[in-house]
Design a protein around this ligand. Structure first.
Ligand code: ADP
Ligand code: ZN
Length: 756
């Protein structure tokens, strides 16, 4: 959130009778003061304006015209003269009243401007009406009937008028000519006579409708699934809001439960929204929904503006029963929502990392409460936030502890890298893992290898002088990418040719160390030269559809070894995968983030869940330097409850979420001292405000952020902890008025997930 300066808040007095009731439009501005401003609605705009429309309004002494959103309309005494609205931009409201309220909540909760939230919620394609074109639209003129009797029209023209009268909405001249079976002649004449009114309007350019797929019938649910569905349907039928946390191990049949619950919702003519992490929006997931329901709208990040606009309209018109999408699909304008499902609810991609920094789970909860419908959260490894709320009985916990068809969970073993690697090999793959791979491949199984670091070498260091090659803008070690022979910054994409001598002391033996997926791929190919192997990470999965194509090759059995970053750890359901190897479980374990252990537990458990899904069974080998770490021990035993029981007391002791609320602020600027000094001012103001209001809160910092410099900007962080978030947010909101030095910016992140 770039902080706005406060300027000319009050609309100028305007010549007007301030005693009478007037129609007052409350407007939030896109660029400008973040307050809500009142304007009067001139008579000629009364029929055009609605809450949820964009408007142009005069601002400041110069009355420059600025764009804003009308968020409220009411007839009342203005109390003081108001400036009038200049222009109404949209012909129809872009959002329902309920959705407007939801956006207001987001602006309030996440401490950002309401207009900024509206801009993020309403897709650009909808605002710009992408995929539509302006054209002439014809309708019957107001007094046409009376005048037709006087004029005694020729037969063709009479027919045209009849056809036009039957049309439900204005149509184009071409459509009219076609329907009336004539040329443009009679139409032009009728327009000249004033019997046909013409106006300019928008029509949708053609969009291919989604193919309703073949319908598959339901599976017969097992006892755990039946219990889960009964609980969901119970709340549905009571017409109340309830959040149900479905804790089901990988492969326990959660998706089948969602599908059958959705079926019930559709039955009553209502819609369902299914939120999944972007990465799970694979054909596999989508196909499962398409094969059961006819009209499914799939909202993913690769849609064009026109496609997004088209989906938005289809959804708003109630033509779509099920919306499947990533985070922002929570804003789908379903007219009659019946159920929200959020799968893999622990995934951090549900949180938006740019303003508005909302978490789709919390927005979903808010929406479900307002619409009085159930919210279903599903995961094999719930976030500790949700788990804690279930323990407090705020959420209803539903357990599905077994895999379907009595398939066992895979056996997980650890390989202690401290002894194993040194003793047996110089590469990344220990002897035990190599042998397990060989055995799996011999038995026609497939192998998944997880390494959560891309590139070839993750560090380039001179052994003579100790120099480490870093990004000049970000202060982060550059990663060697061998395909292009470059050293690359994973933050800002800065790159230099990979050096062969130390840039600092010219020593010729500069060393490339640290393991990335490229190096792992090279090792796998060297160890198993005849086995087809594929690497999946953001470097290889660039183009549209690359992800889908790669998975299709793995599914078909053409590829035997799939290796990659966390993008291969989640959601995949391939029955022939009999071995999963985790190359280094510790990559995230020691990050300066209070969720490091939780993240590690999630990742190892999730990737372990990719095997043993078919009749052949499966096993998992986890290479780690910390086999005794509680997160690893719990993951090895598939024991979520034990992990939570060990971790939660630590969180409570240190006053971290879910036992406290937190706001993280990051102050950035090009000059270190100036940035730090301003961060210090923020801290002092915060402390003063919180003390004044007797809020039990702690303010930590300013301290250099773990990534202390990114893209040439110094970064300082401030952490504010307190028992509840409201007073913290209130205090932070008041900081907006502080004068910020040029080029220094700060953001506030409520309930932060990114701690770097
Ligand atoms: P989860 O979402 O919990 O990982 P899924 O719903 O993907 O589990 O189910 C795993 C596999 O088991 C899928 O291939 C699914 O088709 C199958 N499955 C789910 N429920 C049943 C059932 N009741 N009977 C037979 N197979 C089932
Ligand atoms: Zn950089």
């Amino acid at each position: 959130m770039a902080q706005q300066h406060l300027f000319d808040l009050e609309p100028e007095p305007w010549q007007q009778d301030d005693q009478a009731e007037t129609l007052v439009a409350t407007v939030v501005l896109r660029d400008g003061p973040s307050q809500q401003l009142d304007y009067s609605v001139p008579d000629e705009l009364r029929d055009q304006i609605a809450a949820g429309c964009r408007v142009k309004v005069p601002l400041g002494r110069g009355n420059r015209s600025v764009v804003g959103y009308c968020v409220r309309l009411e007839n009342r005494m203005a109390g003081r003269p108001l400036k009038p609205i200049g222009e109404v931009i949209d012909r129809r409201s872009l959002l329902s009243t309920a959705m407007l309220r939801l956006t207001e909540w987001i602006a309030d909760y996440y401490v950002c401007g309401w207009a900024q939230v509206l801009e993020a919620v309403i897709p650009a394609g909808v605002r710009g009406q992408a995929g539509t074109r302006l054209t002439t639209l014809l309708s019957v003129a107001a007094d046409a009937e009376r005048r037709m009797a006087e004029l005694k029209l020729p037969e063709k023209q009479t027919k045209v008028m009849k056809v036009l009268a039957r049309a439900k909405r204005p149509i184009t001249p071409t459509q009219l000519a076609q329907a009336a079976g004539c040329g443009q002649g009679p139409i032009t004449t009728l327009r000249r006579k004033g019997l046909i009114r013409s106006q300019t309007g928008r029509v949708q350019t053609n969009q291919a409708a989604a193919q309703p797929a073949v319908r598959e019938s339901h599976l017969k649910l097992n006892a755990d699934q039946q219990k889960a569905i009964d609980a969901i349907l119970g709340t549905l039928n009571r017409g109340e809001h309830r959040t149900l946390l479905v804790h089901g191990v990988t492969g326990s049949g959660k998706t089948e439960v969602y599908i059958q619950a959705i079926q019930e919702v559709i039955h009553f003519g209502r819609q369902a929204i299914v939120l999944v992490p972007e990465i799970s929006l694979t054909p596999q997931t989508v196909e499962r929904f398409r094969s059961r329901f006819g009209q499914v709208a799939v909202l993913h990040s690769h849609l064009t503006d026109a496609e997004r606009h088209w989906h938005w309209q289809q959804i708003a018109e109630g033509k779509v029963s099920v919306v499947v999408g990533a985070r922002s699909a929570i804003f789908a304008p379903t007219p009659h929502l019946g159920l929200i499902v959020l799968d893999e609810e622990h995934e951090s991609t549900f949180k938006q990392e740019t303003a508005p920094r909302y978490h789709a789970r919390d927005v979903a909860l808010q929406r479900a409460q307002a619409e009085r419908i159930p919210l279903v959260l599903g995961s094999a490894t719930p976030s500790l936030e949700s788990w804690h709320r279930a323990a407090q009985k705020e959420f209803t916990l539903i357990s599905m502890p077994r895999r379907v068809l009595d398939r066992p969970l895979p056996a997980v073993g650890t390989i202690d890298l401290r002894t194993e690697i040194r003793r047996t090999t110089r590469g990344a793959i220990s002897r035990k893992l190599h042998m397990a791979m060989q055995a799996a491949l011999n038995e026609e199984g497939q192998v998944i290898l997880l390494l959560n670091r891309r590139g070839f070498s993750t560090q380039i260091q001179c052994p003579a002088c100790g120099f480490v090659l870093k990004c000049p803008e970000c202060d982060i070690a550059l990663t060697h990418h061998r395909t292009q022979e470059i050293a690359l910054c994973h933050y800002c994409d800065y790159e230099v040719p990979a050096p062969s001598v130390c840039p600092d002391c010219d020593y010729a033996g500069i060393r490339y160390t640290g393991l990335g997926t490229q190096r792992l791929e090279a090792e796998v190919r060297a160890r198993f030269p005849d086995v087809p192997c594929l690497r999946m990470d953001t470097d290889t999965m660039q183009g549209r559809g690359a992800h889908e194509r790669a998975l299709a090759r793995f599914r078909s059995g053409e590829i035997k070894i799939l290796l990659g970053t966390q993008m291969i750890a989640k959601g995949l359901d391939f029955p022939d995968v009999t071995l999963v190897g985790v190359i280094n479980a510790d990559t995230a374990l020691h990050l300066p983030d209070f969720r490091a252990a939780e993240r590690t537990f999630h990742l190892v458990t999730q990737v372990a869940g990719r095997t043993g899904r078919g009749a052949k069974g499966g096993r998992v080998l986890v290479q780690t330097y910390s086999p005794e770490h509680p997160a690893i021990v719990a993951a090895v035993r598939h024991d979520y409850a034990a992990f939570a029981a060990g971790e939660l007391p630590l969180r409570e002791m240190l006053r971290y979420p879910p036992f406290a609320s937190m706001v993280r602020m990051v102050v950035r600027g090009p000059v270190e001292e100036v940035t730090q000094a301003f961060a210090q001012q923020l801290v002092e103001r915060l402390q003063a405000m919180l003390a004044e209001k007797n809020v039990d809160a702690r303010v930590l910092g300013p301290a250099p952020a773990p990534f202390a410099r990114l893209r040439g900007r110094y970064r300082f962080q401030i952490h504010v902890h307190g028992p509840t978030s409201e007073p913290l947010r209130e205090a932070v909101r008041e900081l907006v008025t502080m004068k910020c030095p040029d080029e220094v910016q700060w953001i506030a992140d409520v309930d932060p997930l990114d701690m770097l």
